[in-house]
Ligand binder design. Structure first.
Ligand SMILES: CC(C)(COP(=O)(O)OP(=O)(O)OC[C@H]1O[C@@H](n2cnc3c(N)ncnc32)[C@H](O)[C@@H]1OP(=O)(O)O)[C@@H](O)C(=O)NCCC(=O)NCCS
Length: 193
C-alpha cells in the first residue's frame, strides 16, 4: 500500500501502528507498535512515540521528546523541545510497575513549553499554556497559563497564544484574532467574534 506520510530514512517505525496522511517524521525518531498518530503531524528529531500512545491531527512534537504509554494528545497540541512526560509516579528500578501507568491527557490546542515536565495522572485543559521549564503537578484548566516549579496559575491565554486581560464585565479580546473570551466563576468560555 502506498504510504501517505513522510519518514526520514533514519526513522524507525514499528508495525503495526497508524500514521495519518501528511505527517512528517524526522531524523532518528522511533515510532513504536500500536501507537496512533493523526494527520499532518510533525514529529521532530530524536522523538520516541511509545506503544499505544494516541496523537490527534496537527500535533507538533519538537526535538528530543519522549511520549510515553499513557499519554493522549488531542488535535493541535504543541509539545515544546525537550519537554518531559512521565507515566509512573513513584518509580523504583527494582520494582516492576509495568501496566500501572498513570494517564496524562492533553486537550485540544494546548501548548507545553520547552523543557517543561508533566508529572503523570493529570489533565491539561484545552488551549492551556505551560511555560518553558514548568513542572506541572496538577490538572490545568482550559486556557490557563501555568508557569514555575511547581507550576502555578499565572493568567489566561487565547487560542492564538496571547495573554488575556479581562474588563469589569469579565470580557477579554485577543489582540491578534479579535476573538472574545468570557471569564465566569474561574472558567473561560470562548465567545468568538
Ligand atoms: C509563558 C510565556 C508565554 C509568557 O510570556 P509573556 O506573556 O511574554 O510573559 P512575560 O515575559 O511578560 O512574563 C509574565 C510573568 O510570567 C513570568 N514567566 C514568564 N514565563 C515564565 C516561565 N517560563 N517560567 C516562570 N515564570 C515565567 C515572568 O517572570 C512574569 O512574572 P511577573 O508578572 O511576576 O513579573 C513565555 O515566557 C514562555 O515560557 N514561552 C514558552 C516558549 C517555548 O517554550 N517555546 C517552545 C518553542 S521554541
Amino acid at each position: 500500500m502506498e504510504k501517505h506520510y513522510f519518514a526520514h530514512e533514519t526513522a524507525i517505525i514499528d508495525a503495526p501502528c497508524s500514521i495519518g496522511e501528511g505527517t512528517k517524521i524526522w531524523h532518528f525518531s522511533h515510532i513504536m507498535e500500536k501507537c496512533s498518530i493523526g494527520k499532518n503531524c510533525n514529529i521532530g528529531q530524536n522523538v520516541v512515540i511509545s506503544p499505544e500512545v494516541v496523537l490527534g491531527n496537527n500535533v507538533k512534537v519538537q526535538n528530543n521528546v519522549s511520549v510515553y504509554t499513557g499519554v493522549l494528545c488531542e488535535d493541535d497540541v504543541f509539545l515544546g523541545p525537550s519537554m518531559v512526560f512521565t507515566n509512573v509516579t513513584n518509580p523504583r528500578s527494582a520494582i516492576n510497575r509495568r501496566g500501572e501507568y498513570a494517564a496524562t491527557v492533553v486537550r485540544k490546542g494546548a501548548t507545553i513549553g520547552a523543557n517543561a515536565t508533566i508529572v503523570c495522572g493529570h489533565e491539561l485543559g484545552a488551549y492551556c499554556f505551560i511555560g518553558a521549564g514548568a513542572v506541572v503537578i496538577s490538572d490545568v484548566p482550559d486556557y490557563a497559563l501555568y508557569v514555575g516549579n511547581p507550576a502555578k496559575h499565572k493568567g489566561w491565554m487565547s487560542r492564538y497564544g496571547h495573554r488575556l486581560t479581562f474588563n469589569n464585565e469579565g470580557i477579554a479580546l485577543c489582540p491578534e484574532s479579535q476573538e472574545q473570551y468570557k471569564l465566569e466563576n474561574g472558567k473561560i468560555s470562548f465567545i468568538g467574534k
